[in-house]
Design a protein. Structure first.
Length: 220
């Protein structure tokens, strides 16, 4: 399967999965605890959220931000997100991040559980898009599954199955923090990426300026 077809199938998977999307948050306490990170991560001012899904993170971002522009390629998940998050400072837009360019600049760009769906061959282009969306001194903040999540077979696999038995191929790259830090450095970014249980949490800035946590993000 060529890469464009694979990415189209990945979008189709998330469109079809929309009714099932939130189940994992209901079932896993560690994911619910992650939402508390919004209180310690540098997301403020005007925020762009990429691949917002059903808005699990959008409301938490909106509580801290002046405005949130939440983007996703799936109209089905955006419909759920709009019903969940009705804050006046949130705007939802439908866009395929791989085909989209930001129309303006933001103080922070946030994405949760999306970086692992970026093909390695498009990593540079993706981070160029993020850089184009950032205002001076802005930061990219991201959360994803890390290598420790590979113990769960359904995470490590690049095939996903839905309740109706349908199967979809997706991109799944479990980044190791040190390796990803090096890759970002080669792309002109300074990054602080830390493991947290099965997850990785990162802050990156498109300059040779060190970035650090203001506090250790608690998961408990």
């Amino acid at each position: 399967m060529d890469e464009d077809s694979l990415l189209a199938e990945q979008i189709a998977y998330y469109r079809a999965r929309a009714p099932e999307y939130d189940r994992v948050y209901a079932e896993r306490e560690d994911l619910r605890k992650l939402l508390a990170l919004a209180d310690v991560l540098p997301v403020a001012g005007d925020v762009l959220e990429l691949a917002c899904g059903t808005g699990q993170w959008t409301g938490a971002l909106a509580a801290r931000a002046r405005s949130v522009t939440a983007v996703d390629a799936s109209p089905e998940v955006l419909g759920i997100a709009r019903a969940r998050v009705t804050s006046a400072n949130v705007r939802f837009d439908r866009a395929d991040v791989f085909q989209w360019q930001p129309p303006r600049r933001y103080d922070a760009v946030f994405f949760a559980f999306f970086l692992s769906h970026v093909p390695p061959s498009r990593l540079g282009d993706f981070w160029n898009t993020v850089a184009a969306a950032l205002a001076p001194h802005g930061k990219a903040v991201f959360i994803d599954e890390g290598p420790a999540a590979a113990a769960r077979e359904e995470v490590a696999s690049d095939v996903r199955r839905l309740d109706d038995g349908s199967q979809y191929r997706i991109v799944k790259v479990l980044h190791e923090p040190a390796e990803l830090t090096g890759e970002l450095a080669a792309l002109g970014w300074s990054a602080d990426i830390r493991p947290r249980e099965e997850f990785i949490i990162g802050i990156a800035e498109p300059r040779s300026v060190p970035v650090t946590w203001r506090a250790q993000p608690p998961l408990a």
